[in-house]
Write a protein that binds this ligand. Structure first.
Ligand SMILES: Nc1nc2c(c(=O)[nH]1)N[C@H]1C(S)=C(S)[C@@H](COP(=O)(O)OP(=O)(O)OC[C@H]3O[C@@H](n4cnc5c(=O)[nH]c(N)nc54)[C@H](O)[C@@H]3O)O[C@H]1N2
Ligand SMILES: Nc1nc2c(c(=O)[nH]1)N[C@H]1C(S)=C(S)[C@@H](COP(=O)(O)OP(=O)(O)OC[C@H]3O[C@@H](n4cnc5c(=O)[nH]c(N)nc54)[C@H](O)[C@@H]3O)O[C@H]1N2
Ligand SMILES: [Mo]
Length: 764
């Protein structure tokens, strides 16, 4: 059961660079953002390729931005429809740097693993299939067919199909993800962990239980009509910059924006729209009308104060809540009202860290408006009570009748550009009798009725030796998952690890005994078969399915598309003894779409309807159809408060993104809006805590967490005095993933507690 004996670093260098700190930025976006974007693009891709690529990104006949999942406006856009970080995402994918056989001959994985994630990522694109053989520390080239056979050989050697795990990161297309899910089920397992498990799984669970669908209900145009938009636990200036335009429109139309966040993130506080001269000339506008600087994981305390005060007002006036909506569409109102009474307002206010007056401003707005949108991201989902956090937001919308009408609804802001689509087409670790039946009808094979592993369970299974083959369709599993040391051992325990990747990353070095890298086309690249260009489809954060078509020359002639690779592996595994013609499916995406629409009828007509702006998938909340829920009604819920019981010297740590990264891909060393330059090994801490514990600004410290007697340590960080609540800390992932315990996660969704890790700060 021991890990293989290669000498691999799971963090890379922890040396410091040359940190510079300035005041946090007053503005997000603006002219500077355009300059930064182009600088990145030119550096990675050269000038001609940059303009060719950027001109087609998010345009109707172009490709979908490989960055976040924020939707494109439906009206054709004359101006460029991308943001600084979208341009960086493209530059990163379409870089001219390559990792070829000479690179791997020169550098062993032991050496590569010593590098920072930044240096590993900047090495570039993989150009041909590579294999790492047992007892070797150098990858060597392998022919595509041999690679498929090697994978098939390992899959066949397993005692049962549940010894294999198939991960998906959210950049795959609908076609690739559907075919992958069909193959995995045909192989015989539901072990389909995916990046959602670490991301919006809490949203999926909370929304499915209360509203009957695990997705949001708003459309982009709802932002034009909303009276109040709450942005909770989200940093759109960095992670969804194009969302700022929607918020700005909301404000132009008279709406108010409320932000709830331990940090005063740039973009919410002030925003310059680079596409509008007005924004630039007038120095930007404040987007958030009210900023509630909540303590980490106390959102629910704030929400309870808001709800209690609204209940009291409604008792007085009877017109604060939408009682018709409540009686017609919801269940559990009386129990909710009774539950909320038991909380003491003063205690809640104190616990939340927000002043009573600030909260009252929000109450005043919510009392008289009912076109309300609640947006959220990782600040709500990655806590032990992640599911309850979201359910409490749903309670507010139910009380106000702010669902199924224009200008109102739920808006979980998704991460990866096609994470929602991957789930829609079947990347789900639960078994579904109706999906199984539809697969049987379409393909003629039986599917297991047993559910499979999610991310946490998958890692535990590999650690315990219960799973022996790990395959990843994209992503960087070891750096993205919690508890880096544990996860690394789990992967190294495997007999075979397979990565279908565009770029080199740490997961290629933290390898199983045998490891294979299969290089794939990026979505900006021209994809053709026998002279005919192929396109694929994606689904954005608001449930719109549309086409994406790459146009740049692929970085190597030896790349294959994801569907082709899946078809190749499946064909090698089944050797013709299966009703599905895997190779034909891998080559022909139209064939995949035909099967997709027959298995999942909401995709009916996808071939035609995905043209142009695309089409909306069905959404029962938009239609106010709750027939799938108990009593056919939307559900109020009674949610408790989080309990942390911190000792005097313990802090809550949130692990988050800098402005210069996409998850584990590090674009650069700056977190410009927060005023941090040329360093990632930093911790944001309140000045009063620095004084209280006799630290000095910029002092070098270690962080330790201790769960169930297991101590985890992340070394070498500099303390940065910052505007963050006392008792709270902020730092970047993946550097701090070492501290997140594998066995602590959100109830029901099993999302790691990446935003509320109990830590101590140790002097060196
Ligand atoms: N450029 C870029 N774009 C991205 C990504 C990227 O890495 N880079 N990642 C993509 C992905 S996969 C995702 S999931 C999204 C992530 O998008 P976000 O969720 O915006 O990402 P995080 O950096 O994790 O930010 C979390 C925010 O939540 C706040 N926060 C932390 N804890 C709490 C809390 O307890 N309560 C409240 N109210 N706030 C809290 C933090 O201060 C921070 O502002 O972005 C997507 N888009
Ligand atoms: N501590 C902490 N941990 C976190 C989070 C956090 O906030 N805090 N956030 C979590 C979240 S929200 C998420 S979504 C996960 C992300 O987890 P992942 O999705 O696993 O990680 P990424 O960094 O997005 O994966 C990047 C790699 O994907 C590959 N890639 C890029 N494009 C493509 C493509 O088109 N096809 C293929 N096949 N490969 C491609 C490249 O090789 C690249 O190195 O991390 C989670 N981890
Ligand atoms: Mo995510």
């Amino acid at each position: 059961m021991s890990a293989n004996n290669r000498n691999i670093s799971i963090t890379g260098s922890t040396d410091f660079l040359d940190l510079k700190v300035t005041e946090p930025s007053q503005y997000a976006a603006g002219v500077k953002a355009v300059k930064v974007a182009l600088d990145h693009a030119f550096k990675e891709m050269g000038v001609a390729k940059s303009f060719k690529g950027l001109a087609k990104m998010n345009q109707k006949e172009g490709f979908d931005c490989p960055g976040c999942a924020w939707p494109d406006p439906e009206k054709p856009s004359k101006v460029a429809e991308y943001c600084e970080n979208g341009a960086k995402a493209l530059a990163e994918e379409a870089t001219n740097s390559i990792v070829d056989r000479d690179f791997f001959a020169k550098y062993s994985i032991e050496e590569i693993s010593q590098w920072t994630d930044y240096k590993i990522g900047k090495s570039g694109r993989i150009t041909e299939p590579m294999i790492l053989r047992p007892d070797s520390i150098h990858y060597e080239p392998i022919d595509w067919n041999e690679a498929y056979s090697e994978i098939a050989k390992h899959l066949k050697a397993l005692d049962n199909p549940d010894e294999a795990i198939f991960y998906t990161s959210g950049r795959s297309s609908n076609e690739a993800a559907f075919l992958y899910g069909v193959f995995i089920r045909a192989f015989g397992t539901h072990n389909m962990p995916d990046c959602s498990n670490m991301c919006h799984e809490s949203s999926g669970v909370a929304l499915a239980e209360t509203l009957g669908i695990g997705k949001g209900s708003v459309k982009l145009e709802d932002f034009d009509k909303a009276e109040v938009v709450m942005v909770i636990g989200q940093n759109p200036g960095t992670n969804h910059p194009r969302m700022l335009s929607a918020l700005q429109k909301c404000k132009e139309n008279g709406g108010a924006v409320i932000s709830m966040n331990p940090l005063a993130e740039a973009g919410l506080i002030r925003f310059k729209n680079p596409q509008e001269v007005k924004g630039v000339l007038q120095g930007g506008e404040a987007i958030a009308d009210i900023h509630l600087q909540v303590k980490i994981n106390q959102d629910i305390a704030v929400m309870k104060v808001i709800l209690k005060r609204l209940v009291a007002l409604d008792r007085l006036n009877g017109n604060v809540f939408d009682h018709d909506f409540i009686s017609k569409y919801t269940d559990g109102y009386d129990s909710f009202i009774e539950h909320i009474q038991q909380y003491d307002e003063e205690v809640l206010v104190k616990q939340s860290g927000v002043s009573s007056e600030e909260i009252q401003k929000v109450v005043d707005l919510l009392a008289v408006n009912d076109k309300i949108i609640v947006c959220w991201a990782m600040g709500l989902t990655q806590h032990k009570n992640g599911v309850e956090n979201i359910k409490e937001c749903v309670n507010l919308l139910l009380l106000k009748g702010s669902l199924g009408r224009e200008g109102a609804g739920t808006c979980p802001v998704r991460g990866h550009s096609n994470v929602q689509g991957d789930r829609s087409v079947g990347i789900v670790h639960h078994a579904s009798p109706s999906f199984n039946k539809a697969l049987k009808n379409e393909f003629g094979f039986e599917t297991s009725i047993k559910g499979g592993y999610d991310v946490v369970e998958g890692i535990q299974a590999m650690y315990e030796g219960k799973a022996k083959v790990f395959m990843a369709l994209g992503g960087n599993f070891v750096s993205a998952a919690s508890d880096t040391a544990y996860t690394a051992k789990a992967l190294q325990n495997c007999d075979l690890t397979v990565n279908v990747s565009t770029k080199l990353n740490r997961n290629h070095t933290v390898a199983g005994k045998t490891s294979i890298i299969l290089p794939t086309l990026g979505r900006s690249e021209f994809d053709q078969k026998e002279g005919k260009q192929r396109f694929f489809t994606v689904e954005n954060s608001m449930g719109v399915v549309h086409r994406s078509k790459g146009l740049l020359k692929p970085i190597s002639e030896d790349l294959k598309s994801e569907p082709e690779i899946i078809g190749g592996i499946a064909a090698a595994y089944f050797e013709g003894n299966h009703p599905v013609d895997w190779k034909a499916y891998g080559d022909n995406y139209e064939m995949i779409r035909v099967s997709l629409e027959r298995v999942l009828t909401e995709f009916n007509g996808i071939e035609e309807k995905s043209k142009g702006s695309g089409f909306y998938l069905k959404n029962n909340v938009r239609d106010l159809d709750f027939s799938m829920l108990p009593n056919g009604k939307a559900q109020f819920s009674n949610n408790g408060l989080p309990e942390h019981n911190l000792a005097e010297d313990e802090f809550l740590l949130m692990t988050m993104r800098s402005h210069d990264q996409f998850n584990t891909t590090i674009y650069g060393m700056n977190d410009r809006y927060r005023g941090i330059y040329n360093e990632r090994r930093i911790i944001f801490i309140n000045q009063k805590d620095i004084e209280k514990f006799n630290f000095k600004p910029f002092e070098v410290v270690d962080l330790v967490s201790n769960y169930d007697g297991v101590e985890r340590k992340a070394e070498n960080f500099k303390l940065i005095p910052y505007n963050i609540p006392q008792g709270d800390l902020g730092a970047y992932f993946p550097e701090t993933n070492l501290l997140v315990p594998i066995n602590h996660y959100a109830d029901k969704s099993q999302t790691p507690i990446s935003k509320s890790v109990v830590v101590k700060v140790l002097k060196k």
